[in-house]
Design a protein around this ligand. Structure first.
Ligand SMILES: Cc1cc2nc3c(=O)[nH]c(=O)nc-3n(C[C@H](O)[C@H](O)[C@H](O)COP(=O)(O)O)c2cc1C
Length: 180
């Protein structure tokens, strides 16, 4: 499905910036889904996604932590599947403002999801390059919807691994609070 932002790309690029202050203000689910679709949503038939993926395989997953729990974004059918009912926002980041964002995207990658021929160094580099593309899409969608966000590398990796049912090769990469 084509999502409408009603903002010129040049406006979104002009307004793209980091926000580190949030007031826990709820946002419409539709806007959250737009942001997630911008990140890794399906935009064509077959495997096509809004962000480029190494060899076309979707290696990035987006979880969303909110006061109501944690959900996993399914880019195939643009829905959110419940993972837990716990509010984990105050446990996953070192920076306090994160718990004040209505939604916090937890970006993970499954480094096992590469063909066997791809060496470990390439897996690491390609995974973080992909995360950058996804993050910029999310920044632009947030700017278009007048929402704040920030890409956070300084996060509690071990806590996140304990709190989420991640697959064997799936690692937390970055957090992105979304909100006002
Ligand atoms: C890979 C990466 C990691 C980052 N990690 C953090 C972080 O852990 N904490 C933080 O407050 N900002 C983080 N940032 C945000 C940058 O500090 C921010 O983009 C930079 O100060 C420029 O500001 P701007 O985004 O408003 O242009 C990160 C940005 C990138 C690209």
């Amino acid at each position: 499905m084509v999502k409408t932002f009603n903002v010129d790309l040049s406006d979104a690029l002009s307004k793209r910036m980091t926000t580190r202050k949030y007031g826990n203000i709820e946002m419409p689910e539709e806007n959250l889904l737009k942001v997630l679709w911008a990140g890794i949503g399906k935009n064509r038939e077959n495997r096509g996604r809004t962000a480029p993926m190494p060899l076309g395989d979707v290696i990035i997953s987006l979880y969303v932590a909110s006061k109501d729990g944690v959900r996993l974004y399914n880019g195939e059918n643009e829905s959110l599947e419940s993972i837990s009912e716990d509010d984990i926002r105050d446990k996953i980041a070192h920076q306090d403002f994160v718990e004040n964002a209505a939604n916090v995207i937890i970006m993970t990658a499954d480094i096992d999801n590469y063909p066997a021929s791809i060496d470990n160094e390439s897996r690491k580099i390609w995974t973080h390059a992909t995360a950058g593309a996804v993050a910029q899409n999310i920044y632009l969608a947030a700017a278009a919807l007048k929402l704040g966000t920030v890409m956070l590398a300084w996060i509690k990796h071990n806590e996140i691994e304990k709190l989420l049912p991640l697959k064997k090769g799936e690692k937390p990469l970055y957090l992105m609070p979304i909100g006002k």
